[in-house]
Design a protein around this ligand. Structure first.
Ligand SMILES: C[S@@+](CC[C@H](N)C(=O)[O-])C[C@H]1O[C@@H](n2cnc3c(N)ncnc32)[C@H](O)[C@@H]1O
Length: 273
């Protein structure tokens, strides 16, 4: 008897549903695309005790809820409102740390590959600063949320232009990083074990952590990234974590809880003003 992988186990515990029946066709399509079980009305989840997560279409938006912790609410990718939109308006533009780490301060707007896209927040910040961003996400449920958020953003007049600069590849960066052609910069933010007690971890993070787990193979990302990136590789790490693959960065930008480790391949060209 062959054991199922942790990813397959998670996919088997996730179903797609709708909250309002007018979203039934969309929900069915999403289930077929991502090869997930479709259960129709979200209330039917009660009849499927094996399920841990529900991907639900709610008023044309795809959300993920953790069935045994309904109080946590549902997570979705929203580039139009909420924290990401706030950061776009008030986050400090090219002066913010992620912009410095990527190298934007030189008036240079690179093509960035985000090799660990997650819910796309960092990618959106970079795209809103003018970068062309290719996002790579291997976890199908996360990729489904990301694709949905990206498609909705493309239809919005405030952020549509930014979203048009972003694309998504559903694959693993460990094997297929080079499917994103000739990136100037590669950005990596793999999951790392959290120190905070689970009650302190933000609700959204709690759902996300249970879903994705820890990216235990993350060290393997650094070498292919360094081989491919024209100018630099930037890795986001919690302050307490050792550098990725134990490799000392060229420089680090330290923040309160995190830092950006920057591995320089080649100096960023000076743009004449
Ligand atoms: C900490 S999250 C990234 C959060 C993201 N920076 C954001 O701003 O929303 C890490 C994500 O990387 C994905 N991931 C990890 N290793 C990967 C790989 N080798 N290829 C593609 N995706 C990967 C995980 O599935 C997870 O969704």
């Amino acid at each position: 008897m062959s054991a199922t992988s942790p990813l397959q186990d998670m996919l088997d515990k996730t179903a797609v549903a709708y909250i309002h029946s007018e979203d039934a066709a969309v929900a069915k399509k999403i289930a077929a695309k991502w090869q997930l079980q479709y259960i129709g009305d979200a209330n039917a989840a009660k009849q499927h005790p094996q399920l841990a997560f529900l991907l639900q279409v709610n008023c044309h938006q795809l959300e993920l809820s953790k069935l045994d912790e309904p109080k946590l609410g549902a997570i979705k990718v929203d580039f139009v409102e909420g924290a990401v939109a706030h950061r776009r308006k008030f986050g400090g533009g090219r002066g913010q740390d992620i912009a410095k780490a990527i190298g934007l301060k030189h008036g240079f707007t690179p093509h960035v590959v985000d090799g660990t896209a997650g819910l796309g927040r960092d990618s959106f910040v970079l795209a809103s600063l003018g970068c062309k961003v290719t996002m790579i996400e291997r976890m199908p449920i996360v990729a489904a949320l990301l694709e949905d958020g990206l498609e909705r953003a493309k239809l919005n007049s405030d952020v549509g232009e930014i979203a048009e600069n972003m694309s998504l590849l559903h694959t693993s960066s460990l094997e297929n990083l080079d499917s994103a052609q000739a990136p100037d910069v590669i950005y990596l933010d793999p999951m790392y074990p959290h120190r905070e007690k689970s009650a302190q971890v933000k609700k959204e993070m709690r759902i996300f952590q249970t879903l994705v787990g820890e990216d235990l193979d993350a060290d393997g990302l650094l070498e292919p990234a360094l081989a491919l990136a024209k100018y630099r590789v930037v890795v986001k790490r919690p302050s307490y974590a050792p550098p990725l693959a134990g490799r000392k960065p060229s420089t680090s930008i330290k923040m309160k809880k995190n830092r950006f480790d920057v591995y320089v391949n080649r100096a960023i060209p000076k743009v004449e003003s």
